[in-house]
Ligand binder design. Structure first.
Ligand code: UT7
Length: 322
């Protein structure tokens, strides 16, 4: 079977950092509350950097690491819900920035689940023989989507981008995917287009920003993420013990701990970096993959599960081998 193998990873986060004490200057919060309830200590916030710029930087690093010529890339998928432009799409901007002149590209929006859905789509393109080399990017400027006066949301998010380059491998290791949505639960987590915000909305038009029923999303994640991981394990015939790392969307340390507990799996196999970056939505999983890769934590043949969840509501996962 032809499946996609990761041959390069990259990430980019803006240099400007806001720690929890900085947040406490903006809203009625404190470092202790944020750390205890979320595990977050800092977030990187874009100043001049746009979503496409960050996506392009992450992509450049992934391509450079892979040693593959940009001309060989067939497809670019950018998962984002916070691109500064609707057209051109961020994927076409990335194409221009990295010189992937032979690639097709488009953006996809499934909020925090976007990267994992993009990864699954890339695997499908490769397995179907439609593409050989696919770049998947998750990139977000969450700082443009949040109400900086709302303490229940503004402390949670950060900006950044991550990218992986997948290359077709004949007789590749099997890849197992699953994905779900529940549109009826959409109101639990909403955000209007950034462009609405730019129409100089009146102060009272707060609905334009991200709104979230935090507890509902928390319960959803703690139930649905273990369920989808179990669904993938059952499909594949692989046991949880055989998985080297569960690389989950980095929204809240307590969610990740609860998932590990439900799966009766040691938390050491659930890497986290949300302390440094907070929730960068579609970018969390590829940023973490890139960090782990550059630290040398991955070895040929290791079994990994990636899983995302978020607005829609949406959730998705994939089991693949390094
Ligand atoms: O990418 C997917 C998107 N989102 C998520 O995954 C988020 C899922 N949800 C969560 O992570 C958690 O629900 C939150 C971190 C958002 C909130 O944690 P919680 O333990 O569910 O707190 P809560 O909403 O029940 O609020 C507890 C208290 C409230 O005060 P009272 O009513 O008990 O007096 C809040 O007003 O904490 C208060 N509070 C804060 N206090 C200090 C809410 N935000 C803050 C804050 N600082 N930033």
């Amino acid at each position: 079977m032809i499946t996609g193998k990761i041959c390069g990873t990259g990430s980019y986060v803006p240099p400007h950092v806001m720690d929890n004490d900085d947040m406490a200057k903006l809203v009625d919060t404190n470092d202790e509350w944020i750390r205890e309830r979320t595990g977050i200590a800092r977030r990187h916030v874009a100043k001049e950097e746009t979503t496409s710029y960050m996506a392009g930087q992450a992509a450049l690093r992934a391509v450079e690491q892979s040693g593959i010529a940009p001309e060989e890339i067939d497809m670019i998928l950018v998962a984002t819900s916070s691109s500064e432009t609707i057209y051109p799409c961020a994927a076409c901007e990335v194409q221009r920035m990295i010189g992937a002149v032979n690639a097709a590209g488009y953006d996809l929006n499934a909020a925090c689940t976007g990267f994992v859905l993009g990864f699954n789509a890339a695997q499908a393109y490769i397995s179907a023989g439609m593409c050989r080399t696919v770049l998947v990017v998750g990139a977000e400027s969450m700082s443009h989507m949040i109400d900086w006066t709302d303490r229940s949301t503004c402390i949670l998010f950060g900006d950044g981008a991550g990218a992986v380059l997948l290359r077709a491998e004949e007789d590749g290791a099997p890849v197992w995917t699953a994905a779900h949505s529940d549109g009826k639960k959409g109101p639990a987590l909403t955000g209007l287009s950034r462009h609405r915000r730019d129409w100089n909305l009146e102060e009272e038009d707060k609905e334009a920003y991200i709104h979230m029923d935090g507890q509902a999303v928390f319960k959803f994640a703690v139930r649905k993420v273990p369920e989808i991981i179990e669904e993938i394990l059952e499909k594949s015939g692989v046991s949880a013990d055989e998985i080297d790392y569960f690389i989950l969307h980095q929204a809240n340390r307590r969610i990740i701990e609860a998932v590990a507990k439900r799966l009766k799996t040691d938390i050491s196999r659930f890497p986290m970096n949300l302390e440094e970056y907070a929730n960068t939505s579609a970018a969390t999983v590829p940023i973490l993959l890139d960090e782990m890769n550059r630290k040398g934590m991955f070895h040929e043949g290791q079994k990994l599960i990636v899983a995302g969840f978020g607005a829609g509501l949406t959730w998705a996962g994939c089991l693949f081998e390094w």
